[in-house]
Each structure stands twice: as structure tokens, then as C-alpha cells.
Design a protein around this ligand. Sequence first.
Ligand SMILES: Nc1ncnc2c1ncn2[C@@H]1O[C@H](COP(=O)(O)OP(=O)(O)OP(=O)(O)O)[C@@H](O)[C@H]1O
Ligand SMILES: [Mg+2]
Length: 270
Amino acid sequence: MHPVANDPNGSTETKRAPLVEARDLVKQFGGLRAVDGMSITLHRGEMMGLIGPNGAGKTTLFNLLAGSLRPTSGEIRISGQAVSHEGPERRIARGVGRTFQIPKPFAEMTVLENVLTGGQHQAGEHIWKNFLQPGRVASQEKAAVEKARSLLEFVTLSGLESEPARVLSGGQRKLLELARILMADPETILLDEPAAGVNPTLLELIIDRVLELNARGKSILLIEHNMEMVARLCGRVVVMAAGKHLAEGSPVEVSRDRTVIEAYLGGVAA
Ligand SMILES: Nc1ncnc2c1ncn2[C@@H]1O[C@H](COP(=O)(O)OP(=O)(O)OP(=O)(O)O)[C@@H](O)[C@H]1O
Ligand SMILES: [Mg+2]
């Protein structure tokens, strides 16, 4: 056991406790340091933005936080536990869910089946249990289908549940992915550009659903180039450039920060 930063008495301090912490993270790809000494803290219940120019290392940071990449050095803690060595399934079990910048649903599977792939720890995953406890498997599958249907309703895709996922638009794929990760009941949600390439109507829906998830207590880290969306959703924004933590503050503060403006203009960040 590692020391836990949370207040064990469950006072208001618990709400502000660090949920996801990265310290001095480095990810080296050959000669490139995509993430170069990055530190970030997401607090319980918070919705924080992560912005930065193309190639800044935002998605690589998500891959590190979600366990799909191992850091070259540095440390990641979730609820105070050191998890850097753990893979994506353990991170999901620890309550970290992530969406991908470019969602890739199983194209020929139905929308409902795609959502069901987000379920974790179901008895049916262990084939021998089908023989030993068929009744239990059947009831868990029924419950999973009911849950998947309610999540499809939440993201307004119910009418498409029997369609193959290939018929979905880019925006609908982002909503499908949100429903898929919600199957695992994540406490923390990492959203990688949920608004990119999405039409204005669907964008409003995505914003509304993300707000609703935060209101229900989910902690959210949002990568997004759409600054209007970031400003509407996030009280605090971290700016990354060339793998490093460049600035941090309210959306207004960071948008006025000279080093941030220079980084976006391609200038050398001080
Ligand atoms: N698997 C990999 N192997 C080698 N280089 C990689 C790999 N993944 C990312 N990179 C490089 O790391 C750098 C950071 O990429 P990353 O995708 O994290 O940036 P980003 O901030 O998400 O950019 P964008 O806003 O365009 O999505 C880029 O130079 C990219 O080419
Ligand atoms: Mg990216």
C-alpha cells in the first residue's frame, strides 16, 4: 500500500483530493521526447482542459495515463496508488476510462454490440463459467444489455442500436465511444478531442452530455482544440507544448498568456 492523499474522514477535502497525478513524466520515441517532464494533477470532481498545439504530446500523455504506453520515466498515481507499471485493463478497473482521438468502432458489429465491448468483469468473459454457472452468465448478460441500452439512450443513439457501426457519422462515433467507456463506470474520463469534426448540433449535445457526466461526479480531463468548448466546460486549463507543461490557469488567463500565444504561433516558447 502506498500513502493515500485522500482524507479518510470523507470531509470536503476528499472532493479536492488528487485523483490522477502524473509527476515528471517522460515518453521517448527514438530521438523524440513526445512527453518531456510533464506533471499534471486532476482533482476529484474536476473538469480540466488540456490544450496545446498539434504534436505537443497531449495524446501521448493520455496513452500514458490510460496505460496503453509505459513511461520512459516518471510516475503516475491514481487515488494515491502508483500505477505506472499497469496496463490498460488495470487502469480501467481503477476507474480510468478514455476515448480515442479517432474512434475506431468495430464496423460490422452493431452499435449495441460495440457498447457491450466496454463492459468489464462479466462472468461470460470466462468461458468455463458458461458451463458451471450458465444462469449467472445469462442474468449478467441481460443486465449488461439493459445498461448498454440506457447508455445509448443517454447519448441519443437508441434508434441505431441494431445498425452496424459503420453507418455512424464522425460525431455519432464519438457518442458511441462515450457510451462504450461508460459501460465500465469510470470515475475519471479522459476525452481526446470529442468535438473535432463534429457538426454544431451534435457538438451542443456532446457538451451537454459531458456537463451531465461531470454533474454526476465524474472527473474529466478534456483535450480539445475548440477553445469555446474548453471555456464553457473547464475552470482550469493546462497548456502543453513540445512535451512540457507550459502554462496553467483559467481559460481566459491561458488564452492571454504570451508564452501560450507564441507556442500556438509556432514561436519558441520561453
Ligand atoms: N507511437 C509513436 N511513435 C513515434 N512517435 C510518436 C508516436 N506517437 C506520437 N508520436 C509523436 O509524438 C509527438 C506528440 O504526438 P501526440 O499525438 O501526442 O500530439 P498531440 O498533442 O496529441 O497532437 P494533436 O493535437 O495533433 O492530436 C508527435 O511528434 C508525434 O509524431
Ligand atoms: Mg492528439
